[in-house]
Design a protein around this ligand. Structure first.
Ligand code: B1M
Length: 210
């Protein structure tokens, strides 16, 4: 079995070169690409999150870890996509207004893409109007909202309200997720579903579209 500790440690250290080297070694050893992401890269980022919380790591270090993790994911991502040729539907994804966290959102988008959905990633700090425009431009069936701050959670409600006032709420399913989100909150703001992680988001989209 592949030892993921070096890969996780390199993410924690924000050492992009070592992340790329060890991720490539894992690929060469035919380790499951999803496992490289979950057991190596995300596992390291989880430690970063815990240390950031207790002021044991600071913003510049966290950004270096995030960049190292993203580089690793970019290396592994093409392997996840192999064999996918069809599109099951279009998902518009973004992090809501005022929120700049994009790692979890990007993972959710990537997993959806790997599962055969076309994904339009609007990035971070995305307004309700931008979601509306993207839904219209892409004839999308799902709007996926991410948020990591308690202070931006209510922007999800605002976005759903904008979809309604612009007359397209009935045409799309809205799913939400991110660290502060709960099922209760998802129900209260009138979303169609909530998932705790990227794999859960794929299951949810599949359920909602079938
Ligand atoms: Co921020 N930050 N941050 N941060 N940051 C958190 C979220 C925080 C919990 C840290 C802490 O204090 N413990 C805290 C929020 C506290 C709160 O609101 N109660 C916090 C804070 C306070 C802040 C700032 C305000 C700090 C400051 O400036 N004083 C500031 C806000 C900036 C802004 O957004 N306006 C800030 C800034 C930053 C950085 C820029 C330094 C950086 C972001 C870099 C980037 O994204 N490019 C950063 C980071 C990295 C974190 C932590 C450490 C890690 C987040 C992460 O990427 N996790 C985070 C602490 C933590 O989470 N423990 C923290 C890894 C990622 C794989 O997990 O994002 O949870 P996650 O995504 C998961 C699930 O949540 C889920 O699936 C993903 C994959 O499994 N998911 C979905 C996510 N979206 C989904 C959507 C779905 C379904 C599932 O459906 C649509």
């Amino acid at each position: 079995m592949f030892d993921f500790s070096g890969l996780s440690d390199a993410v924690i250290a924000g050492d992009e070169d070592v992340v790329l080297d060890l991720a490539q070694k894992a690929i060469s050893a035919k380790v499951d690409p999803l496992s490289i992401i979950n057991d190596g890269l995300i596992a390291g980022m989880n430690v970063v999150g815990a240390r950031f919380k207790v002021n044991d790591m600071y913003v510049p270090e966290v950004l270096m870890s995030a960049a190292a993790m993203k580089a690793g994911v970019a290396l592994v991502k093409p392997l996840l996509k192999s064999g996918e040729t069809t599109t099951k539907g279009t998902v518009i994804i973004g992090t809501v207004t005022g929120d700049l966290h994009d790692i979890g959102k990007s993972l959710v988008g990537m997993m959806l893409e790997c599962s055969g959905y076309a994904v339009v990633d609007l990035g971070v700090d995305v307004s309700g109007d931008d979601f509306v425009a993207a839904v219209k431009a892409n004839d999308a069936r799902i709007v996926a909202l991410s948020c990591m701050l308690t202070t931006t959670m209510l922007q999800m409600k605002t976005t759903i309200e904008v979809l309604a006032t612009q007359g397209i709420r009935k045409n799309v399913k809205v799913i939400i997720g991110g660290a502060p989100i709960t099922q209760e909150f998802a129900d209260n703001i009138g979303s169609d579903g909530y998932a705790t992680d990227a794999a859960g988001a794929v299951d949810l989209v599949t359920k909602l579209l079938n």
